[in-house]
Design a protein around this ligand. Structure first.
Ligand code: HEC
Ligand code: HEC
Length: 326
């Protein structure tokens, strides 16, 4: 018995040393870098249709993190990121050749948006990757970044470099990793099929699942539907005034799911204008999406009706949270 204890002790001691060693390694080495990738050579034609579509996607995705107060994409402090992740700043992605991405090729931008890896092999943590966005939509984003639209005109302003906490560095060795560059074309879904269009708009364009699922970090970016608590909501976020706000359950669960309570018209108004059926207004960090079409948002509604229902009472969770903070 004693021997067994001693062996267990030795084993645990060894494990502890390994963990301590790994932590020291993470603290010293920071964010991992990768071999400089082979980047596809391509150039994106800037058609007016692409630029218009790119603007829709950029308003939903890129502007939320990269736009400064004057709407130029010069980068900013991401004030919402909890302190445990460090101080995160986004980058200047205007056409400026030194401070922005004016000297990146179209292929380099596309490669980065899919994988999170720059031409020199460095990896951008926190910045989301877009594994499921159709090739045509990513090209639309690139066309918009290269267009004559105001937010992307060259500006030499920039935000300071991010200061990642130990937790963030640890995540870049575990959960936050580059994604592979897809080997096949990623096609736009059949837009005559509302469920396919809804799923694509919600998961690949709107990132709705990223806030409306069970965990903010532990998500399956490649197969969003495998993310735990998919569309069941319940993530605690921080509102404008610093108050906690819990994300909504969007499934069709009769008692607790939003889609069961809304008609399609009400849902469209809620998502595009931010107004609920009872006249109350949606609060930050949920941002209304007026740039999406009624057809796209209606399709999201149809899709949400098909995802597995989850019983998760957000109103009760909110009440409990308020009690606990008193
Ligand atoms: C959730 C916030 C977030 C969103 C959304 C986002 N980014 Fe970023 N992005 C970041 C952060 C943070 C960095 C800096 C990472 C670092 O410090 O390495 C970054 C870095 C970049 C870079 C690298 C710039 C450089 O000089 O190294 C490019 C290019 C970029 N983003 C483009 C985009 C585009 C295009 C979109 C929209 C399709 C977008 N980002 C959406 C947060 C975001
Ligand atoms: C940045 C995180 C975030 C993203 C992205 C997001 N939401 Fe939300 N959403 C929230 C939060 C937080 C609430 C709760 C707000 C409140 O209580 O006022 C919410 C509330 C809602 C509601 C109201 C539900 C109810 O119970 O009345 C609907 C509908 C909704 N979101 C749909 C969507 C759709 C569709 C998308 C994608 C196009 C989306 N959300 C993207 C955070 C997000």
């Amino acid at each position: 018995m004693k021997k067994l204890l001693k062996l267990t002790g030795l084993f645990l001691g060894g494990l502890l040393l390994m963990v301590a060693g790994f932590c020291a390694y993470v603290a010293l080495s920071g964010v991992p870098t990768y071999d400089p990738p082979t980047i596809p050579e391509l150039s994106v034609e800037r058609t007016p249709a692409r630029i218009a579509r790119g603007e829709v996607i950029a308003q939903i995705q890129c502007a939320a993190c990269h736009a400064d107060r004057d709407n130029r994409l010069t980068g900013k402090h991401m004030a919402d990121v909890p302190a445990m992740f460090g101080k995160i700043y986004t980058k200047n992605i205007t056409q400026d050749k030194q401070k922005g991405i004016g000297s990146w090729t179209d292929g380099e931008i596309l490669y980065f948006l899919r994988t999170g890896v720059r031409r020199d092999g460095s990896f951008a943590p926190i910045m989301p990757q877009y594994p499921n966005m159709a090739d045509e939509d990513l090209k639309a984003v690139v066309a918009w970044l290269r267009s004559d639209r105001f937010p992307v005109q060259p500006s030499s302003r920039e935000a300071p470099p991010s200061e990642l906490s130990f937790v963030s560095k640890l995540l870049t060795h575990t959960l936050m990793k580059p994604l592979p560059y897809p080997q096949q074309l990623i096609a736009f879904p059949d837009s005559t099929n509302p469920i396919a269009l809804g799923r694509y708009t919600a998961d690949a364009i709107g990132d709705c699942y990223a806030c409306h699922s069970g965990d903010l970090i532990d998500q399956d970016k490649v197969h969003p539907e495998k993310t735990k608590g998919y569309y069941g909501g319940g993530i605690e976020m921080t509102g404008d005034g610093g108050q906690p706000i819990i994300t909504a359950n969007l499934t069709a669960d009769q008692k607790t799911g939003a889609v069961a309570r809304y008609t399609k018209e009400q849902f469209i108004r809620m998502v595009k204008a931010g107004v609920r059926p009872d006249g109350s207004v949606i609060r930050y960090p949920m941002e209304p999406k007026p740039m999406l079409s009624d057809r796209e948002v209606g399709a999201i509604y149809e899709y949400l009706k098909t995802v597995p229902k989850i019983q998760n009472d957000i109103a009760r969770k909110t009440a409990e949270l308020q009690l606990a903070k008193k």
